[in-house]
Design a protein around this ligand. Structure first.
Ligand code: 0RA
Length: 649
């Protein structure tokens, strides 16, 4: 018995060894993203069971010891012996790469992308896993460590007579695998994805509980339940809840053709200048688009132009509305389920199946045409908005041409207050966008002029969330920013080869005004040329908050926590020291600024990334838009969790 078991162990190890050797290949990274993917992988299995119609409730528990438990009320992973391996189906699924699919009943098994790698990957990358299955009036339990079974599959009768079925998987990620930044689960990240799954799979109930809070205070665990009978229609309502809809009813299309299921929900709003289109294929967010989104865009443009002509909103001699105008103010979700999905691109987040384009086009075309033909007032408001967008674009074009003429494309002069660097190699060049002329002065003296440029901005830049394109182009601070960076005009395809610096660093004071200016700049980049953020060019510089001097030594502290730690833990209890709090960058000597914030050897730069575009969009609208009530509500709800302790307004 003992010897055959160790033979098994060797086999298992060999099977999962590649996963432990190259975890990145299976879960993308060993940082926070990869860590969260472990949870998604386990949850996807339960959601698949729900989509197959056997499960209604999925529970996710973040346990105080750093492990996660995912429990569902599905059929339970089969526990009988698998003919090919001679082991139980459960053990096979847990220890053989990609074995899960063999048991799945076909259909819309989520596969491709980073999900769908199989639960064995989670097992391989976990210090320990415990699986419990309720099936056939029995409870089946097996435990694993780093992918290897450490118990056999044990069976007990179920305690009560009620025939419960389901699966519960508890795993503790292996700290030997994950980097130090990737060991803690982020509540907001997980909650966002779980809520999204609940929207995408109408009727599935997902309960998310964070037991870790109990450690901090004697608090109750935090529990949230997501269940949306209206599916993606409710998702649109959620995303638009702080916007002003053009039409009350959310337009909804649902259908199936050639085994491809399509669901689309649409609503236009008045107070949005951009579109917000979200695509999903087999529950995976297709960040890089694909054929489903191509089909949707094509059919929207075609259908609305056809109706505009029919209703005589566009005259015979006038040109068609472009897709961009038609989509202005639109929030849309398209979710397709494809039996055999092909995911393309670096991050496997672009749907490649060519048949999907035509299926979406024809399904949505039929339903949308009929919907709008029966509701002329709705058709008219949408068309009027698109026509207005078209006219606004014409007006903006004049203003835009000015910028275009001035832009680097036609070798315009760079803004006078830009202190450029001498390097012409964008990949090694950095620009620091600095708040105020005095800080700008320090930065200019402190920098390495070889590769670091400084652009001082005076005061607060325009809030782009509240203005139209024409005003934006007339604003001198924004013009300076656009020309200094080498950007084209809004809406043009982002062209990285025109970019003059590959690190764009926002350097603002560590106070409320500094945070406001940073938010205004991020709003500008997000709305004006999102690719800058998406492709990782935007950074936030981190100036120190305190300078502590003790004897001949000095220390910089970047947070209150660091300061407390230094003074309480590093210094002897009766130490003599002086402490200076920097009120702004302008107070720092050029050499200090270099040492603490700009020198690549010693500084900290935070790279800005968008983890959840839809959520980012919603929050920018709340925080920067012109409606006060939603902003107030946001601050009242989250204010205590964000670091607003120092808010002095
Ligand atoms: C394959 C077949 C059957 C269930 C499952 C997989 C299953 C896997 C997981 C993973 C987490 N929760 C799950 N729930 C179900 C059922 C086969 C049958 O009973 O006929």
């Amino acid at each position: 018995m003992a010897s055959s078991y160790s033979a098994d162990q060797i086999q298992v190890l060999e099977g999962l060894e590649p996963v432990r050797k190259r975890p990145g290949m299976y879960i993308g990274s060993t940082g926070p993203r990869g860590l969260h993917h472990l949870v998604y992988e386990v949850v996807d299995n339960s959601v698949d069971e729900a989509l197959a119609g056997y499960c209604t409730h999925v529970e996710i528990d973040l346990n105080a010891d750093g492990s996660v438990t995912v429990t569902d009320d599905g059929r339970g992973i089969p526990t009988d012996t698998h003919p090919q391996t001679g082991k139980s189906a459960l053990e096979t699924v847990m220890t053989v790469l990609h074995a899960g699919g063999k048991f799945g009943g076909g259909g819309y098994k989520v596969s491709g992308g980073l999900h769908g790698v199989g639960i064995s990957v989670v097992n391989a990358l976990s210090e320990r896993v415990e699986v419990t299955v309720w099936r056939d009036n029995r409870v089946h339990i097996q435990r694993f460590e780093r992918g290897i079974p450490v118990t056999e599959l044990k069976h007990k009768p179920q305690p009560s007579k009620e025939a419960r079925t389901g699966t519960s998987i508890t795993f503790k990620p292996d700290l030997e695998i994950f980097t130090t930044t990737g060991i803690e689960f982020d509540y907001i990240t997980l909650a966002g994805r779980l809520r999204e799954l609940a929207y995408l799979n109408a009727g599935v109930r997902i309960t998310f509980t964070d037991h870790r809070l109990e450690l901090l205070k004697s608090n109750q665990p935090k529990v949230e339940t997501y269940e949306y009978k209206g599916g993606i229609k409710e998702y649109i309502a959620y995303m638009n809840r702080d916007k002003q809809p053009l039409h009350e009813e959310i337009i909804f299309v649902q259908g199936e053709r050639n085994h491809v299921q399509v669901e689309v929900a649409l609503q236009w709003c008045t107070d949005a200048y951009t579109d917000n289109l979200l695509g999903f294929a087999n529950n995976i967010r297709t960040v890089d688009g694909g054929t489903h989104l191509e089909g949707l865009k094509a059919v929207l443009t075609r259908t609305l132009n056809a109706i505009a002509r029919k209703r005589n909103k566009i005259k015979e001699n006038e040109p068609n509305l472009t897709g961009e105008h038609v989509r202005e103010g639109l929030t849309a979700v398209i979710s397709v389920k494809v039996p055999d999905p092909e995911f393309e691109g670096q991050t496997k987040t672009k749907l490649g199946n060519t048949e999907v384009r035509g299926i979406v086009d024809s399904l949505v075309g039929e339903v949308l045409t009929e919907y709008l033909e029966f509701r002329p007032p709705v058709a008219d408001t949408i068309l009027d908005k698109a026509i207005q967008a078209f006219k606004a674009a014409e007006a903006a074009r004049h203003a835009r041409e000015l910028v275009r003429r001035k832009s680097v494309l036609e070798s315009s002069p760079l803004p006078g207050k830009l202190a450029d660097c001498s390097s012409r190699d964008a990949s090694e060049s950095e620009i620091f966008i600095v708040e105020g002329d005095s800080a700008g002065g320090s930065a200019k003296q402190g920098r390495d002029r070889g590769f670091q440029a400084i652009l001082p901005l005076r005061g607060k830049i325009l809030n782009i969330e509240k203005t139209d394109d024409a005003k934006i182009y007339k604003n001198t601070e924004i013009q300076a920013l656009i020309t200094a960076l080498g950007l084209g005009v809004k809406g043009d395809e982002f062209d990285a080869s025109q970019l003059r610096y590959h690190r764009i660093c926002l350097m603002t004071d560590a106070d409320v005004d500094g945070a406001h200016i940073r938010t205004l700049l991020l709003t500008f980049f997000y709305r004006y040329q999102r690719s800058l953020i998406e492709e990782g060019y935007i950074y936030i510089a981190c100036p120190p908050l305190y300078k502590v001097e003790r004897g001949r030594n000095h220390y910089y502290c970047y947070s209150d926590r660091e300061l407390t730690n230094l003074v309480q833990n590093e210094f002897p209890s009766n130490a003599n020291y002086t402490m200076q709090r920097f009120k702004g960058l302008g107070e720092m000597m050029p050499q200090q600024l270099w040492e603490t914030t700009m020198n690549p050897e010693t500084r900290t730069l935070k790279q800005v990334e968008i983890q959840d575009a839809a959520e980012a969009d919603r929050i920018f609208t709340i925080l920067m838009g012109d409606r006060v009530a939603p902003r107030r509500e946001f601050i009242e709800t989250y204010g205590s969790r964000l670091n607003l302790a120092e808010l002095d307004i």
